[in-house]
Design a protein around this ligand. Structure first.
Ligand code: THU
Length: 137
């Protein structure tokens, strides 16, 4: 479970990342901040495309940025949206790829004023998620 101080740092980072969202089609801006097992905070935002299906969510942007920077294990993910939206199914699955069996992944949905609207665990958002080796939460 995140400390209040760490949660605050993640929320600040996700709010800042949301300012970079490129969402001219949906006008739905999303920011995400990951706490990695190595202590790094890695952020992402949604990036849309005129060919809508090529758009990328904030959470997956952050996961791929982290992996590309050599950091693979996610301990927590904060997502910021105007209405307290939670990670979509695709993002839940991608996050589950980088979870740590010994450390349940905390998922927190926050609005831009810093209000927490959901604070839960990935295993509760993605029960029986797909994985090789019969991995399920
Ligand atoms: N979006 C995210 O960034 N994360 C989610 O978990 C759900 C949706 C983005 C995708 C698209 O740019 C916009 O929100 C509206 O669906």
């Amino acid at each position: 479970m995140l400390s209040e101080e760490t949660l605050e740092r993640l929320v600040d980072a996700a709010i800042k990342a949301r300012l970079n969202a490129y969402a001219p089609y949906s006008n739905y801006c999303v920011g995400a901040a990951l706490l990695m097992a190595d202590g790094r905070i890695v952020t992402g935002c949604n990036v849309e495309n005129a060919s809508y299906g090529l758009s990328m969510c904030a959470e997956r942007s952050a996961v791929f940025a982290a992996a590309g920077a050599g950091s693979r294990t996610v301990h927590a993910c904060v997502v910021v949206t105007a209405d307290g939206g939670t990670p979509c199914g695709a993002c839940r699955q991608v996050l589950s790829e980088f979870h740590d069996d010994a450390h349940p992944m905390q998922i927190i949905a926050v609005t831009p004023d810093g209000t927490t609207v959901m604070n839960t665990w990935l295993r509760d958002l993605l029960p029986n998620g797909f994985g090789f080796g019969g991995r399920t939460f």
